[in-house]
Write a protein that binds this ligand. Sequence first.
Ligand SMILES: Nc1ncnc2c1ncn2[C@@H]1O[C@H](COP(=O)(O)OP(=O)(O)OP(=O)(O)O)[C@@H](O)[C@H]1O
Ligand SMILES: Nc1ccn([C@H]2C[C@H](O)[C@@H](COP(=O)(O)O)O2)c(=O)n1
Length: 671
Amino acid sequence: MFKIPFLDLPPLRSAAGTVRLPGSKSISNRVLLLAGLSEGRTVVHDLLASDDTAVMLDALRALGCGVDVQAGGPVVIDGIGATVKVAAAKLFLGNAGTAMRPLTAALAVLAATQGGSFEVSGVPRMHERPIGDLVDALRGLGCAIDDLGKPGYPPLRLHGPSKLRLSEAVRVRGDVSSQFLTALLLALPLVAEQDVRIEVIGELISKPYVEITLALLARFGIQVRREGWQAFVIPAGSRYRSPGEVFVEGDASSASYFVALGAIAATGTPIRIEGVGSESLQGDVRFAEAAIAMGAAVTTGPNWLEVKRGQWPLRGITLDCNHIPDAAMTLAVMALYADSPSTLTNIASWRVKETDRIVAMATELRKLGATVEEGPDWLRVEPLKAWRAASIHTYDDHRVAMCFSLAAFNGLVTEAAVPVRILEPYCVAKTFPDYFETLFGVVTARSEEVPVLTVDGPTASGKGTLAHELAESLGYHVLDSGALYRATGLAAERAGVSFDDGAALGRVAAGLKLRFTDYRVWLGDEDVTDALRWESTGQLASRVATVPEVREALRQLQLDFRRPPGLVADGRDMGTAIFPGAPLKVFLTASSLTRADRRHKQLMAKGISANIESLRDDLEARDARDKTRPTSPLTPAQDARLLDNSEQTIEQSRDLVLSWWAERSPFKPMA
Ligand SMILES: Nc1ncnc2c1ncn2[C@@H]1O[C@H](COP(=O)(O)OP(=O)(O)OP(=O)(O)O)[C@@H](O)[C@H]1O
Ligand SMILES: Nc1ccn([C@H]2C[C@H](O)[C@@H](COP(=O)(O)O)O2)c(=O)n1
């Protein structure tokens, strides 16, 4: 996940490949609650690992459920069997509506029938998300609920015992959020000594989410009878029974970004989306129909979708989005690539989600240059030709962040392609922590449009340290080009190749089986991370680096590191020979005494004894060879910015270079 203040997406040009979706948020949190309320053990496979499921798991633990989260494996829940195990608890539920609403209902009826006191609260935005209709329904049933803040909003206290009026129908509004009905459907089997009837007031919205609830209730032993969408009856004697094992399907709302991606940018090989398909429970899988209406070419299997570009530009549509409220946000960004305006209607529920999504989408689309009209429950978006580089505010709303990533394909409809900045990209943790990594895995950009920041300089000047700091701040990849020369030197020595035989050294470089994984470097099957850093290896590297055949052989390998979202490249000739067009080139120096001192400390920290004077002699000899070799000598690029960090801390150098980078950015500074 990108835990950085902003992530800049360069212009993206095409997409192809396979993505495996994380588990559905709606199914994950419903299954967790059902497992927690059931008797016995439930093994949950493919559960979504995200902020919203984390708060649900914490809540279940606090209520006395057994919760075993196995790294990379299933989550095992031992339920409370509809019995209050912990008489009082304070539950913090973040911004997870799928935890807040059903837990409120379940704890209210448990407290009423068995006693107890439970407080539910969340982040400030959660305290602005209405829950009054559910509270009214529960109070009508006889539950004791105190408002701990503004009436009609969390936080709440649910306490008991109190007498429930189960013979009367429980009446709940269905036209603000379908989660209120879902919450009652999940809670009332806990107290169904007799038939319990729920009546919906008003037109029920987001019906597919209620279908998910009913299907999962059936998995846990509850067969709800229903009269259309107006009334539901939990049969007398209903009791939760764990099905033993549950597999969570992929998140259909998350699929929408990749369906849109295929429609916009997969002109050859399709985007294959694994985890949802024609047999999915989730209503948002019908987003594919909307995408087809806009021109996507979609093929479907039981649990997969394949999407390619069909009509281009896309077709503008007018669509009632009531059945796909979450995924429909993606249509608003697709509309920018259409041939005519698109109007999304019946989306009033957007106003009470993680943020007011109608306002958020309209505001951010306008920043890109789009013409947008908004109404109480609709949004109209015109196609966009003159795009502006915009910093997209994400409102702590994962879906805003994900759907605006699609704006980075503007180069497909305009000559002057612009990058897109996504502020607080980590908000995707709510449902899809690795969203951007997954996106980058299936998209391509023009090499020259991927930003590169080069850091060249003599040995031990701190290039590698600075490069990693910069890359971490910007979310970019790192190229440690010295490692390639070091690996070549090491491989050549081991193979007994003469260091005077340029052609043979070139072949060694061309045949390197080098892999970089999680801060380790592998040469073939050997982890050479430490061996590469030996001083002796540095000397070998400096020698092979003078050989033109080696430099040529390593050239393409280095260029291939230039991938979205961007690259920080450190070495000797990054700015002069490999990435001469880089928008920012830093030439980093420090006095030889400072550098020898730093190297000395580095070696001592590793338990290797060394003498500062001889280290200084060695690095000066290496500098001399690197500077005087005929091919790509160590020298600042003409347009490089010089930075002597002898008197600077690592953080000072990093912040200075980031300020230089910001000067070149097309984005306005953050407010
Ligand atoms: N500005 C700085 N102030 C103090 N110490 C620093 C600074 N920059 C780097 N160092 C320290 O100097 C040591 C050498 O840094 P680093 O390995 O990044 O250098 P390098 O230029 O990449 O070396 P090489 O070219 O040999 O790979 C590290 O221990 C690092 O923590
Ligand atoms: N772009 C590069 C990177 C490195 N080298 C050579 C010169 C160095 O002495 C040697 C090791 O580099 P280090 O890991 O210390 O950065 O590799 C080069 O010529 N060009």
